[in-house]
Design a protein around this ligand. Structure first.
Ligand code: GDG
Length: 745
């Protein structure tokens, strides 16, 4: 590398010199020679004419008199002039070269007046001599031109000398400038890639104006690097290893903290035993495999009855129990806090506020106060757990809208990535919240704020625009508020691929046999499955009504079609959810009463929590999986069903109001509010030929495999790494500019 550079530098020196010399040799010297010769010839022409005119009359008289000796002495006197070499009048002077004779070259032709002889170059011209009008002869004047050659040689020497000196000076200046700018750029770019800032090639004496173009050039360079990396991210196949690689290489192993309300593992006391539960939660489903890949610490509310008994004295435990890879830090909440922050403000206020499911949000000041208090409590724990000043903190969901700003105030160097797992409504809907400004300002403490879809991002930006004095750059999806910059981006969430159960699950046929046995169904039954938390946004009522309509429209399916609904109890302390559960139960009972007969019930409603392996077996056993959410951020059930079907069979009926519908175009998309349409979709699913099922399922499986949860996390972490790098560079530039700008006197 060094050798290569010295070769390059030598070339920079030699090249201008060589070019100068070549110019001299092939162009300039001959040109100067030709020009000086022409000047001298013209000069000698004039001089010869003058001498001839002076001598003419006297010579003509002497010729007429035939006075040969007098002519001779006249000529001898004339050639006393040092330049006049010889004269002749037909009869030559003694010095007249005999080889010239009386026919000198034509002096009118260019260059013809110059004759080269052994003794050197001579200038020869012929002038006629007249007596009256009679021509007597010719006077021939020969001038010595060797002095011209001597002077030309001198001029040439001076000229070459001057040009060589000039060439050397130019070469040295070129090499000097090139060397300085090369060193400056190299060290600048290196420093920048190290995130150390910019080294100016001309030292700290340069003014801050000098830094600006360089800084913007380097920023442009960074942008180009970003683009290259981004296109690489988009083509890669994401896996846990790749995610670990991102953390190692891009985030340099920085610590990762996750904050969520729901914990990934709950310990509950059952009789005298302690049981481990994995909660039914889309958020946990998505984040758990990511944490396995990243290690780090997950901070969450310890909600299980045996949670206290299973932590160490710092309220920590290593999970997952079978192969501990990360730390779970539990946070304890009093019943009042839990009621106000979780059940009240988050689930009775924000949840219905953000979902268009026609359930009115309830806002109470007391709940809001608990929400603020619990957010502050979690901020304390984040600062306690952080071992560095600039951790990467992943804040999860609507329980913690205030947390990003609270963390930002105490750990200004942290990179805070907030992910909002539910939809963000339009500004009119969000505007009914009495604390809308506080919530939005809290979220704008994030470095990155993620939603499932671009549509939700736009809604958020519009809401900020409506309610806060913030600067919005729509092109780069950036919001500047209170001196902080927040990037608002869509990151569609997904599931792990291959699924957790891929290696030790039962074959599809056995899963089906097992499920049919448990549900006491015949082998030829057509099985529909729904898996949800028992939540009014999931469209369970609408789904049952669609089943009822199917049986009305296609009575041949009565007795043949069974729909199993797994409904994990959720937020059951809330009145709205209790009402909802009873509505669901009543509806299922009514439909079963209407179409049921001996040993046959069209709807099997299973209101209980199921282990995830069992949920997976239901997916694998089903002919059709039905997701009819009224509004859903993404919906992971749809993706889990697809991942479970390695036999490429089964049909997905999917609500158009889920984030998943934006990706899974090969599902049968429905409007859950339209009963007939849903019933038709169910019917279409039940009669769909195996080949068509395969084509659709294969295409959806490819998509979920490629856009898996590692990619979701990886995309956010890579963006965070870029922003961290950029912030470091900007800080260096600012520091550098500050140093470079002299303080006012
Ligand atoms: C929020 C957003 C977004 C259900 N019953 C049982 C059980 N589940 C699991 C499913 C699935 C998860 O719960 C539900 O995920 P969803 O995505 O449908 O929904 P939410 O919980 O509402 O999640 C949602 C998600 O966050 C992620 O960002 O997609 O839009 O609302 O994994 O399998 N799991 C077990 N037993 C059950 O009985 N073990």
């Amino acid at each position: 590398m060094g050798r290569l550079r010295s070769i390059r530098l030598s070339l920079r020196f030699i090249a201008p010199l060589a070019i100068t010399l070549a110019l001299l040799a092939y162009g300039l010297v001959p040109l100067v020679d030709r020009l000086t010769l022409r000047w001298w010839v013209n000069d000698l022409d004039t001089r010869s004419q003058l001498i001839a005119n002076t001598m003419h009359d006297q010579l003509a008289d002497l010729v007429a008199q035939g006075a040969g000796p007098k002519i001779n002495s006249l000529f001898m006197r004339a050639i006393q002039d040092e330049r006049l070499y010889a004269l002749a009048y037909c009869d030559e002077t003694p010095t007249y070269p005999s080889s010239l004779g009386c026919r000198p070259p034509d002096p009118t032709g260019e260059g013809h007046s110059v004759v080269r002889l052994r003794q050197g170059p001579l200038h020869v011209v012929q002038h006629p001599v007249f007596q009256g009008t009679e021509r007597l002869g010719s006077l021939i004047l020969v001038h010595d031109m060797s002095f011209v050659e001597r002077r030309s040689a001198d001029t040439r020497r001076y000229l070459i000398g001057m040009f060589v000196v000039l060439g050397i000076v130019i070469s040295l200046v070129t090499v000097f400038i090139a060397h300085l700018s090369w060193r400056g750029w190299v060290s600048g770019v290196r420093a920048l890639l190290r995130g150390e800032g910019i080294v100016q090639p001309f030292g700290p004496a340069s003014s801050s104006e000098d830094v600006h173009p360089l800084a913007s050039d380097l920023r442009a360079l960074l942008r180009d690097l970003d683009m290259t990396r981004r296109s690489r991210d988009q083509t890669a196949n994401w896996s846990p290893e790749m995610l670990r690689g991102v953390l190692r290489e891009q985030l340099l192993g920085d610590e990762v903290l996750v904050v969520s309300n729901r914990e990934p593992f709950i310990h509950v006391r059952a009789d005298k035993e302690i049981e481990l539960l994995r909660p039914a939660s889309g958020l946990v489903t998505a984040l758990e495999p990511v944490m396995r890949a990243c290690s780090g610490t997950w901070i969450a509310h310890g909600s299980g009855s045996a949670d206290h008994s299973t932590v160490d004295r710092h309220d920590r435990l290593r999970v997952p129990p079978e192969k501990p890879t990360y730390t779970l830090r539990r946070v304890w909440l009093s019943p009042e806090e839990e009621k106000g922050y979780y059940a009240g403000f988050a689930n009775e206020g924000l949840w219905p506020l953000c979902h268009i499911a026609h359930v009115r949000p309830i806002f109470r000041t007391a709940d809001w106060e608990q929400y603020v208090r619990v957010n502050r409590r979690f901020a304390d724990v984040v600062c306690e757990e952080a071992r560095t000043e600039d951790p990467v903190v992943l804040v999860q969901d609507y329980h913690f809208a205030l947390l990003p700003r609270m963390i930002r105030e105490r750990l200004p160097g942290a990179t805070i990535i907030t992910f909002w797992h539910i939809p963000w409504p339009n500004p009119e809907s969000f505007g009914i919240c009495p604390w809308r400004e506080e919530l939005i300002a809290g979220l704008l403490g994030s470095t990155i704020l993620g939603f499932h879809t671009r549509f939700h991002c736009q809604n958020f930006v519009e809401t900020v625009d409506r309610f806060l004095e913030a600067r919005i750059e729509r092109e780069s999806s950036t919001i500047s508020y209170g001196g902080d910059l927040t990037r608002v981006e869509p990151y569609p969430i997904s599931i792990q691929w291959p699924s957790e159960w891929a290696n030790d699950q039962l074959p599809v046929a056995l899963c089906r046999a097992k499920v049919l046995r448990v549900e006491q169904l015949q082998d030829d039954v057509l099985l529909g499955v729904g898996v949800d938390r028992l939540d009014y946004t999931k469209g369970i009522v609408e789904r049952f009504l669609a089943v009822e309509r199917l049986l009305e429209l296609h009575p041949e399916y009565v007795g043949r079609f069974v729909f199993v609904q797994i409904a994990a109890p959720s937020r059951s302390s809330l009145e709205e959810y209790q009402h909802f559960e009873s509505r669901v139960r009543t509806l299922a009972a009514r439909i079963n009463a209407r179409f049921g007969r001996d040993g046959y019930q069209p709807i099997h409603l299973k209101v209980e929590h199921h282990p995830p392996q069992i949920v997976n077996e239901y997916y694998r056993a089903a002919n059709v999986c039905v997701v009819t959410s009224l509004h859903d951020g993404m919906n992971l059930v749809a993706k889990e069903f697809i991942a479970s079907r390695d036999d490429e069979q089964g049909v997905l009926v999917l609500s158009q109001f889920t984030g998943a519908a934006r990706e899974l175009h090969d599902a049968l998309l429905v409007n859950p509010y339209h009963g007939e349409q849903c019933a038709e979709a169910l019917y279409r699913a039940l009669i769909m030929p195996a080949d068509e099922q395969r084509v659709r399922m294969r295409s959806m499986r490819r998509l979920v495999q490629e856009f898996n949860v590692y990619r979701w996390a990886g995309a956010m972490l890579l963006d965070a790494a870029r922003l961290r790098n950029r912030r470091r560079v900007s800080q260096r530039i600012v520091e550098h500019q500050r140093e470079a700008t002299p303080l006012p006197e």
